[in-house]
Design a protein around this ligand. Structure first.
Ligand SMILES: *[C@@H]1O[C@H](CO)[C@@H](O)[C@H](O)[C@H]1NC(C)=O
Length: 292
């Protein structure tokens, strides 16, 4: 009973955190395992064969990728961590409210009208991109769902992990220091923790007038890690990492391949999670964490 209460309190705490975040610049990761092309076709052409040390013209927001062999203590690499302003981030809507508004690309004109966005405005474009991303077909071996409320995110997570609320755990990157630096070199400190998660659901914030999470789960082997990072400026981050061991079903235009200079299936791809993205996993008795 006591444990139940604690997890409920943690859950409420999470709710508060999540409702104060919920980003507007999350496309970089929402597109991590799907078809987002963060680099134009032109850039793609130029960077296809370059190694990740030569990325000077690449948008820093895609600097979250690395390969498993670089996941080691002492490794230093440039990483982008978005810092979102909680005050202006979209809030969760209760399920009843979210369900009363269509969430569909073919309703876009009505939705723009509903939210009073003019058709060519940046928020209108963001809504369109989010709806497109949400309606895109999952890749082979992937199940995806855009959650328009916390309740629907939990329902989806349960449907994949097949558990009661008590048996779920959620992980997120946390910034232990306050600073406005979003892109710098970080060094991996000791205690790389592998979280044993036979199955997981990753949820990425999407730009939308209210909180929308792109949640998905892949059949292929994934690993979840928690790593301690220190930035060149002294920033400390407890960062969540997911490594995809099988990338053979990913499109060859995937931005990570361009950053890392690898091809589908030839290499693992790992990525850091921004603070407002979530990783859900079953809670395993006593052995949730183990050192690598
Ligand atoms: C990271 O360090 C390398 C080598 O020390 C440097 O060339 C690069 O500009 C740094 N990147 C950032 C984002 O500070």
């Amino acid at each position: 009973m006591g444990e139940k209460l604690v997890s409920w309190i943690l859950f409420l705490h999470l709710l508060v955190i999540m409702s104060s975040y919920g980003g507007s610049r999350a496309r970089e990761l929402a597109g991590t395992e799907n078809k987002l092309q963060a680099i134009s076709a032109d850039d793609e052409h130029q960077t296809a064969h370059t190694h990740h040390h030569h990325h000077s013209h690449v948008d820093p927001s895609v600097m979250v990728f690395f390969t498993l062999k670089d996941l080691k203590v002492g490794k230093r690499m440039p990483i982008y961590f978005p810092k979102r302003d909680p005050a202006t981030s979209p809030k969760f809507w209760p399920r009843e409210k979210a369900d009363s508004v269509p969430f569909s690309l073919n309703q876009l004109p009505n939705l723009l009208n509903f939210f009073s966005f003019s058709p060519d405005s940046p928020p209108a474009k963001a809504m369109e991109d989010t709806l497109k991303e949400c309606e895109s077909k999952p890749i082979q071996g992937e199940v995806k769902f855009c959650a328009t409320s916390l309740e629907s995110m939990l329902d989806f997570t349960h449907s994949i992990l097949g558990l009661e609320s008590d048996d779920l755990q959620v992980f997120a990157t946390s910034h232990l220091t306050k600073s406005s630096v979003t892109f710098q070199n970080y060094t991996i400190l000791e205690n790389i923790m592998r979280i044993s998660a036979p199955k997981m659901v990753a949820c990425h914030t999407m730009p939308y007038p209210y909180a929308v999470f792109y949640c998905h789960s892949q059949e292929s082997e994934n690993r979840v890690y928690k790593v301690s990072l220190v930035g060149d400026n002294g920033d400390k981050v407890e960062a969540m990492v997911v490594c995809h061991l099988d990338t053979s079903h990913w499109g060859s235009g995937h931005v990570s391949f361009q950053i890392l200079g690898v091809t589908p299936g030839s290499s693992s791809v790992c990525h850091f999670f921004p603070a407002d993205n979530l990783i859900w996993a079953p809670k395993l008795q006593a052995h949730g964490l183990s050192t690598m």
